[in-house]
Ligand binder design. Structure first.
Ligand code: GAP
Length: 512
């Protein structure tokens, strides 16, 4: 099945099984804003816990905060967001549709890359085990021509971004003959900058309301609390501050479900280091973060690092962790060496000294910062995309979410074989003994087969069935979601069996 079709099914599945709903749906929805349903919120909470504990529990020099969404408006002047947090936009005059100029060019680059990959895949199939991919890429004329095309376009694009040259961006779109997907024409306006921050007013207008912004990143809440945390926590450099919270961006190209939203959540950590050591820490955090992703078992080949074409105004090194979504490799997380830009700017704009006295060097300095910044919603989409499977079985088929057990919203379903003979009561007894440790679900409706399918679709890793034998010898069958195998176990052992498999320790062991 084509990847786009899988993606459409996955979006429909998220709605049908209570993971994600369009916001304000009964009013026909609100663009690029989504609500999480009863299972979605559990998965989100588990992802948050996986991230938070991996940062704050596993690192004794990382602590957390929770800062407000509204902040003093000067913060956004100091951070550069008022002047430079822009996207380059272009409109098609016929369809009246608006696009991000950089995204149109990135898609053109992806098309060339796709051509190369198809050529390589074709040859790999033809030559079988004898295939030498590197040699093929270095000698096949069609691959070489396309690679040269890609390099030339990529260099021109990177230069235009670095120079913030909007005319050149438009010229690239014209030269590449990029057409609007709606109208099919190449009738483009000029490219212009558009600020992504949402603004609102605080206080009564009679007193003169203050224009405030909905934060476009959580990071600034950490920077402006640097001194508070460093002093009250007696933190010694190097140390980090972590935070999970909402961020808002007036995205123009809001597509691909929860991949690009106008209201979303970030999980960010700012790591404060000695000037000059930031690039070493940048490498260390790159390694730690990729291990965190890979520990989930979605396949190492589905991740790659992507170096930024254009460094943000605050960075001296930056890399994205990309995951292979059904619509291609896309950014999930950014790791940025932000220098002393933010703290220095806040010193300048607030007039307060934001320094660290380093007892080993016997000097004060503005710390440098390495940031790890991951979108919670994108991580959610990564988990769902990687877990969604359609399986053909002997007699029928099933849709199963193979979510890692530690992240699964419901850990076990307890199912009485029939609704009588004391089986429902026994099932309730089991739930009562396990519900403080695991999210359990009781289900007695429909045949046992249908109930298994329902739990597969939700992604529940264990189904426990209570039958006649259970009433006699206190044993049940436990069915494993991924293999569909069943075994008979003592009720008294359930807590241990399930506890071992759903523990986040299994994941943390692979990171530490
Ligand atoms: N503090 C740095 C920062 O905000 P970013 O690369 O703009 O960096 C970090 O954002 C992460 O936030 C991205 O890697 C992505 O996962 C997530 N993100 C950014 N914009 C988003 C959007 N509109 N919708 C969903 N997630 C988004």
């Amino acid at each position: 099945m084509a990847q786009e079709d899988i993606f459409k099914k996955l979006v429909a599945h998220c709605k049908e099984y209570g993971y994600v709903f369009q916001s304000s749906e009964i009013y026909d929805g609100l663009g690029a804003v989504y609500d999480y349903g009863q299972y979605g919120v559990e998965l989100k909470n588990n992802i948050k816990k996986y991230w938070w504990d991996s940062m704050v529990l596993l690192h004794e020099n990382v602590v957390g905060i929770d800062s407000a969404i509204f902040m003093h408006p000067t913060i956004w002047k100091a951070s550069g967001h008022v002047d430079a947090f822009n996207d380059p936009l272009i409109d098609n005059k016929d369809s009246k549709k608006r696009y991000r100029a950089d995204v149109l060019i990135e898609e053109q680059l992806a098309k060339i890359e796709e051509k190369i990959n198809k050529e390589v895949a074709k040859a790999a199939k033809r030559f079988g085990d004898a295939f030498d991919e590197q040699q093929f890429r270095e000698t096949n004329q069609r691959v070489l021509d396309n690679q040269a095309k890609w390099n030339a376009l990529h260099n021109r694009f990177a230069q235009a971004l670095n120079d913030s040259n909007l005319e050149e961006l438009r010229q690239i779109i014209v030269d590449e003959e990029i057409a609007c997907p709606i109208s099919g024409t190449r009738n483009w306006t000029d490219v212009r900058q558009f600020n992504l921050m949402f603004a609102t007013e605080m206080g009564s207008t009679a007193d003169g309301a203050l224009k405030v912004y909905l934060r476009p990143e959580t990071a600034q809440g950490i920077f402006v609390n640097y001194l508070n945390v460093q002093k009250t926590g007696r933190m010694k450099i190097p140390f980090g501050i972590a935070q999970i919270g909402k961020a808002f961006r007036n995205e123009i190209v809001a597509r691909q479900f929860i991949f690009r939203m106008r209201e979303f959540e970030q999980m960010e950590m700012q790591f404060f280091v000695r000037p000059g050591s930031e690039l070493d820490w940048f490498e260390k955090w790159k390694e730690t973060r990729i291990k965190w992703h890979r520990a989930l078992g979605f396949g190492d080949e589905n991740y790659r690092f992507h170096e930024h074409e254009k460094l943000a105004h605050y960075a001296n090194a930056a890399v994205d962790v990309e995951y292979k979504f059904p619509f291609g490799f896309k950014e999930v997380e950014g790791i940025h060496s932000r220098t002393d830009f933010d703290l220095s700017q806040h010193e300048k704009f607030s007039g307060k000294k934001i320094r660290y006295f380093d007892p080993e060097l016997n000097e004060s300095y503005v710390p440098y910062v390495v940031e790890t910044s991951i979108g919670l919603d994108r991580m959610f989409l990564q988990v769902i995309s990687a877990s969604y499977c359609e399986e053909q079985l002997e007699k029928d088929s099933r849709v199963v979410l193979k979510i890692p057990a530690a992240l699964a919203p419901v850990k076990l379903a307890v199912l009485p074989l029939v609704k009588k003979d004391g089986m429902p009561e026994k099932a309730r007894e089991i739930i009562d003994s396990l519900k403080f440790d695991f999210n359990c679900q009781y289900d007695e409706k429909d045949s046992i087969g249908k109930r298994y399918r329902r739990q597969d679709a939700i992604g529940t890793p264990f189904c426990v069935t209570v039958d006649h034998q259970s009433l006699e010898d206190n044993t049940v069958t436990i069915r494993y979601r991924d293999t569909m195998e069943q075994e008979r176990v003592a009720i008294a052992d359930l807590g241990k069996i399930i506890g071992e498999q759903v523990s986040m320790k299994n994941l943390f062991g692979k990171i530490n």
